[in-house]
Structures are given as C-alpha cells and as structure tokens.
Design a protein around this ligand. Structure first.
Ligand SMILES: [Zn+2]
Ligand SMILES: [Zn+2]
Length: 371
C-alpha cells in the first residue's frame, strides 16, 4: 500500500479504516435511514397516484407511513438503548445471574474495565465496554446487541421482514389493479389476436408492465430480495434466542469443540507413538488423563440438551416471554405466575424450565383453589 500511496497516504487510509471499522460511528445508521427514506419516497412518488385502486383501498397511504414509522422507531430503540453495560454498580447482579460453566466461561477480570467478567459477557473493543449476554456489535445500529436490547433487535428484524413483504405485495397489487383498470388483458388479446390463455398472454403482459412500470418492478425485486435476507437473519437470531444462546457463544462453542477434537487427536497419536516405542503391548489401552479445565459440567450439558429437545410451543412461549417482560401488559400477568420479578431472571431460564415453572405454579394454584 505504501508503494502506491506513500506514507502519508497509507496513514490517511489507515486512519479512515480505524474511524470506520474500529470506532463507533453513525455511517451505517445514516445509510439505513437513507435507504428506508428513499424507498418510501420512490414508492410514494410512483405508486400513491394509483391508491386507492382496484385491489388496494386508500387506507394504505397511511398504513404504509405508519409501518415505516414503527420500523424507524424500532431502529432507534435498538440503536440507542443500553445493551447491558457492565458497571461497578451492577456487576454483582450480573455475576449472580450468569454463573460460570467452567467450560467456555471461567472466572476472570476484564483487563480494560478492571471489573470481574460475568459469564456470557464480552468486552466490545469498538464501544470499549463490557456487555452482558453479549451477542454481537451491530454496525448498522452502531451499538452492541446484548442482554437488554436483543428483544428490540429481534423485533426490528421481524418488522423489517414484514415491511418488505408488505411493500412487495402492495406494489404487486397496484400493478395488478392497473392491469384490471386499463383492461390490458382484453386489449392485448385483441391487438395480438391471441387467445385468452395464460401461456399466450403472459409474455405480452410482462412486456407491457416492464415498459410502463419499470420503477415499481425494480422496487418489487429489491424489497423481495431484502425480505429473503431478513427472513434468514431473523430465523437465525430467533433460533439463538429460543435456545437461549448468542452469536458470540456459538463461535466459542465451535472453537471449544475443534480444540477438543485436536486434543483427542494429539492424545491418540501420543499413545500410538508410546506403544510403538515400547514395542511390547503391556496394558492395551493408554491411561486416560483429564486436565482440570476439561471437566464436563453436567449441569451445563444437560441444559444444552434441554434446549435441543423443546417443541415449537415452548419456543414460541419463550419468544413471547422475552418480548413482553415489561410490566403492565397481559403477557406480564402470565409471567407473574412464573414468580419472577427480576427481569434478569428470565433471560437465564430456558423455555422448558420456564414452562415447567409455570406448570408447577398453576397446579399448585389449582390444588389450593383460586386466590
Ligand atoms: Zn471490559
Ligand atoms: Zn459494541
């Protein structure tokens, strides 16, 4: 790089890279707002003239604005909410809520924050803080996704997925309405002298649409592709949420498993080497040695199994519970039955255990009669 740009150029590029990739900055946030604003503006400009139309009522002029507004609100909530920053005041609370499993999380201190590091937390090098139940640092949000804003993040993904579907279907209905209003099918049948069948008319209809409404077609393709991407991303994060794990932990587990595999291979080759050196087979099997940090934590593994076992109903329950753990809504009444006042508690409890708790509590209530 130095050969092309010289020292000053290299430094300049490195400092731009540092600012863009290693420090918190609002570049992607601005890009998100520009994209959503531009898409809405173009749709309003090109398609609102046909609303109300044959298939869409006039109310969609307002519901579309409301839907975009809610999308931006969820974006603001995720971007500017506290992801669960670990401070001296709350570190003891986090330590008690997230116990160490002694496999991927052992007791240690963050070298930057000089605070004990609770299990499932991570120091974000971009934001320069430790975040509880760290998932990832999201550049689009310019914020970490952690214990306290995962629910907004999931809501953001789901809402934008639905928003893209809404956009695609609404534009499709606008175009279908135009076909109907302008009696395009009838005109094309007469003009080309073809019979009124799908096979012979479809190419002409598509050609007419592409010629007359190319902007709308492009928008439809764009929103459809984005909706597919968002669906995948939402499904991935919903799965993580329902199995009570995080992106960060998924990678940590992968590392742990590959390390464990390497360790096993190394042991096997050492044993083979020893056997070949000694020449005579004495005991047959090499002595199995276990290092202290290799100890399997039964509690942790059984909880991992638990996550794999649960049915979609428990998963759904957990998703609902995670979203509505604030006081003052009907779901909270269900959660009150679980007897968990502390909002920290919920993120620790897996769906199966949550349901079991609810079940126990309900049967207990039934046995003593209604309160
Ligand atoms: Zn830290
Ligand atoms: Zn961060």
């Amino acid at each position: 790089m130095g050969a092309v740009f010289g020292d000053r150029g290299t430094n300049c590029i490195l400092s731009v890279e540092y600012y863009c990739c290693d420090r918190p900055n609002p570049i992607l946030q601005i890009i998100y707002l520009a994209i959503i604003g531009a898409i809405y503006y173009i749709i309003a400009k090109t398609s609102f003239a046909y609303i109300p139309g044959y298939y869409l009522s006039g109310v969609h002029r307002y519901t579309s604005l409301l839907a975009v507004g809610i999308g931006i609100l969820l974006f603001v909530l995720t971007s500017f909410s506290d992801p669960g920053t670990i401070k001296a005041e709350n570190v003891s609370q986090y330590l008690s809520v997230y116990p160490y499993d002694n496999i991927i999380y052992t007791e240690k201190e963050c070298s930057t924050c000089k605070l004990p590091k609770p299990a499932r937390s991570k120091h974000c090098s971009i934001c320069n803080r430790c975040v509880a139940r760290f998932d990832h640092h999201c550049g689009w949000m310019n914020n970490c996704i952690g214990e306290r804003n995962t629910r907004y993040f999931l809501a953001f993904l789901l809402w934008h997925f639905l928003l893209c579907i809404y956009g695609t279907v609404a534009i499709g209905l606008v175009l279908a309405g135009r076909l109907k209003e302008l009696r395009v099918v009838y005109i094309l049948t007469v003009y080309y002298g073809v019979e009124n069948s799908f096979g012979s008319l479809a190419p002409h209809v598509v050609q007419w649409l592409l010629a007359s409404y190319n902007t709308q077609i492009l928008l439809m393709v764009f929103t459809a592709i984005v909706s597919l991407l968002l669906a995948g991303f939402f499904a991935y994060h919903a799965k993580l949420c329902l199995t009570n794990t995080t992106t960060n932990e998924t990678f940590k587990w992968q590392d742990y498993i590959s390390w464990q595999k390497k360790l096993r291979e190394a042991r096997a080759s050492t044993a083979a080497l020893k056997a070949s050196i000694s020449g005579i087979s004495n005991e047959g099997k090499p002595p199995e040695r276990k290092s202290p940090n290799f100890k399997m934590d039964d509690r942790f593994f059984s909880s991992q199994r638990l996550h794999l076992e649960h049915s979609p109903f428990y998963s759904f329950l957990m998703a609902v519970a995670l979203f509505f753990r604030k006081r003052g809504n009907p779901i909270h009444l269900i959660l009150q039955n679980v007897k968990m006042d502390d909002q920290f508690q919920l993120s620790k409890v897996g769906p199966r255990r949550l349901f079991r708790k609810m079940e126990t509590h309900t049967s207990y209530k039934n046995s003593i009669g209604d309160e």
